[in-house]
Design a protein around this ligand. Structure first.
Ligand code: UDP
Length: 420
């Protein structure tokens, strides 16, 4: 089944409000391409529109309205599929990132058969260009005659996939007109180079999540969440997921606590999906590991909190002294960008898209172990000058590379190439 994300669920946005944050060259390209593509219909397909549901939903909530304001006729569809389908696609996702466990024949058949059914629902939808996000809807263009002009936007590293999964998917991926990766290192060398396009994601500087928030307001919100704003705070914001290494963060926190005894740790990983057993298991694992430590705060259920998601994320990113994103694998890591935009010195795992954002020792730190992460947390908490100098550089770096208008330009360019 498919479901269109309704207009009332998507904000409206005005492109002109972004002008002062956009380089003139990019702004002019947006203007030129918007005129050329006016009225073209674009369909985005992914799996969720939940805020907090991950980076793709986050981006589409801003990109879709901005593309609309640029004059395109944009629609956003979500897949509705069985639990077993999503279980299989989670395994596909993990094996594409290199997990050595092969998919079972049953999983492959289920993925094929259910994709065929979903594709049938799409036959009645017409669009000039389809943008398919990530592996879940990846097979649809193969089974749907109306999806001729399709672009695959893949957010993960495809350079060293599990061979069995890749042999299974490759013929489908190779049929796309273009395949977008966040970094060139992620592209798979079996794919024809003329189909590969590289551009990273971006954040929306004008959402409530990323707009300026007074430090005092942020600290007050943290106090209402039970923290002591007078004591140092380190935070990780992300879905509860083993790839984000939450237990590693707790271990790093304990290393840092030997030097900063009153340090507090916050995890913010709110769930808006009605049923997500894996994140619940990861959340419970932290609770177990922390053994009721009053300095460790982990937030999972939004219904118990008196603020909306964007306000909470902004408050934690603004109010914490140090932000950590200690992922073991990370497609891009919008949480890193968001915190850097708020002038935070971020300590990130030395992996994937985090490496694209943090230049070690310049605008943040890259770390490869819990000990190193703990040492950097303590170093930054003790050295306010270093914190603010790195944070200042972090903001400039994001402004130059990772803001929404640049992403809009990149999408308009590729759409233009596909419809030409
Ligand atoms: N996020 C959120 N609420 C939460 C936790 C995360 O809105 O409680 C957002 C976060 O601000 C970011 C996105 O979810 O915009 C996560 O994107 P990222 O690229 O960091 O990771 P992904 O979840 O896509 O692996």
């Amino acid at each position: 089944m498919i479901e269109e994300v309704k207009d009332f669920q998507i904000d409206t946005k005005e492109l002109r409000r972004y002008k002062k944050l956009t380089e003139p060259k990019i702004w002019n390209e947006i203007q030129r391409l918007s005129l050329k593509l006016k009225g073209k219909s674009i369909a985005h397909v992914n799996t969720t529109s939940h805020r907090g549901g991950g980076g793709v939903a986050e981006i589409l909530h801003s990109l879709v309205p901005l593309m609309r304001d640029a004059g395109l006729d944009v629609h956003w569809f979500k897949l509705k599929a069985s639990k077993s389908f999503f279980k299989a696609t989670k395994n596909i996702h993990d094996t594409l990132q290199g997990d050595s466990r092969n998919l079972t024949e049953e999983e492959k058949n289920l993925y094929l058969e259910e994709s065929k059914k979903i594709a049938g629902d799409f036959e009645k939808v017409q669009a000039d260009v389809w943008i398919i996000h990530d592996p879940q809807p990846l097979l649809l263009p193969n089974f749907c005659s109306s999806m001729k002009n399709s672009i695959l936007r893949i957010h993960i590293d495809l350079s060293k996939p599990n061979e069995d999964t890749w042999n299974f998917l490759f013929p489908h991926v190779a049929k796309y007109k273009k395949i977008i990766f966040s970094m060139k290192e992620y592209a798979n060398n079996r794919l024809p180079t003329d189909k590969i396009v590289i551009f990273p994601p971006a954040i929306d500087p004008l959402t409530a999540k990323n707009a300026p928030l007074k430090k005092e307001t942020a600290r007050m919100i943290l106090e209402n969440l039970g923290l002591n704003p007078g004591k140092p705070i380190v935070a990780q914001i992300s879905r509860f997921d083993v790839w984000k290494d939450p237990i590693g963060v707790v271990k790093a926190f304990y290393h840092a606590k030997k030097i900063i005894p009153d340090l507090q740790l916050v995890f913010m990983g709110l769930t808006f999906a009605s049923d997500d057993p894996e994140s619940l298991a990861a959340f419970n694992e932290i609770k177990r590991y922390a053994k009721g430590d009053p300095d460790i705060f982990a937030f999972y259920y939004p219904r118990n909190l008196q603020y909306d998601n964007n306000t909470l994320i902004n408050a934690v990113q603004t109010g914490a002294d140090v932000i950590v994103q200690k992922s073991i694998k990370e497609g891009f890591g919008l949480t890193v960008t968001e915190a850097m935009w708020k002038k935070k010195a971020v300590i990130g795992g030395n992996v994937g898209g985090i490496k694209l954002q943090i230049r070690n020792g310049y605008n943040g730190f890259l770390v490869s172990s819990e000990e190193e992460c703990g040492a950097r947390i303590a170093e930054l908490i003790k050295n306010k000058k270093l914190q603010s100098e790195m944070g200042r550089r972090a903001r400039i770096y994001v402004e130059k590379h990772f803001l929404l208008p640049r992403l809009l330009r990149d999408y308009l360019k590729i759409i233009d190439e596909v419809v030409a």
